[in-house]
Design a protein around this ligand. Structure first.
Ligand SMILES: [Ca+2]
Ligand SMILES: [Ca+2]
Length: 204
């Protein structure tokens, strides 16, 4: 039985590049050829399903929750995807959820960056067959010149801007459209820190 089905599959396979050939066969052969074609197609779909990846969610807080972050998925140093901001009412105020869809199994780095903040990079995030939730990413404010560290240069920039008002001021770390002591306090709290590289815990 298998052998006879196989015999019918062969001609259908050879004619697979021209669907018009199928109806020209005798009706019996045509049906079996069609079944074989469908079987081949569903087998192909099954193979495709093996390629469907999982969702990776990243939950982020920062000093300025009114402005979006840039959330990137990397393999080594190469950016392979940029996350989209998820609209979810379940997420608490000030917390933002970003998602990457259809992430293939593998090991990735996830980088979260934002104007005025040190970046955060999760190193060697393993993605298997289950969805991944990366929780508790809190960006540190104060890197006004965006050089990866919070130091005297940032402090000078902020000091020179004290009292300024308006949207999109570089030294307005908390996004309330004024540069004042609240921004200074944020910078001082993170003074001396650098871009965060979060390595996996060593397995003993
Ligand atoms: Ca800086
Ligand atoms: Ca401010």
């Amino acid at each position: 039985m298998l052998a006879s089905l196989f015999a019918f599959m062969l001609p259908s396979a050879s004619a697979s590049d021209s669907a018009a050939n199928i109806p020209q066969k005798t009706s019996g052969t045509g049906i079996i050829a069609k079944v074989a074609m469908l079987a081949a197609r569903s087998s192909a779909q099954y193979d495709d399903s093996q390629l469907i990846g999982v969702t990776v969610s990243v939950f982020v807080t920062s000093a300025n929750p009114s402005k979006p972050e840039l959330v990137e998925l990397l393999q080594g140093d190469e950016v392979v995807a940029i996350a989209t901001l998820a609209i979810s009412e379940d997420v608490a105020e000030g917390l933002r959820e970003y998602t990457f869809q259809n992430v293939q199994p593998g090991t990735y780095n996830v980088r979260v960056s934002k104007k005025g903040h040190l970046s955060y990079t999760k190193i060697a995030l393993y993605v298997g067959s289950d969805p991944v939730r990366l929780l508790g990413v809190n960006l540190l404010a104060g890197d006004i010149n965006n050089d990866g560290q919070i130091d005297g240069k940032d402090l000078m920039l902020l000091s020179a801007s004290i009292g300024k008002q308006g949207p999109d001021l570089d030294a307005d770390l908390n996004g309330d459209e004024i540069v004042d002591s609240a921004d200074l306090n944020l910078l001082v709290a993170n003074y001396g820190k650098r871009d965060v590289l979060d390595y996996p815990l060593a397995v003993m």
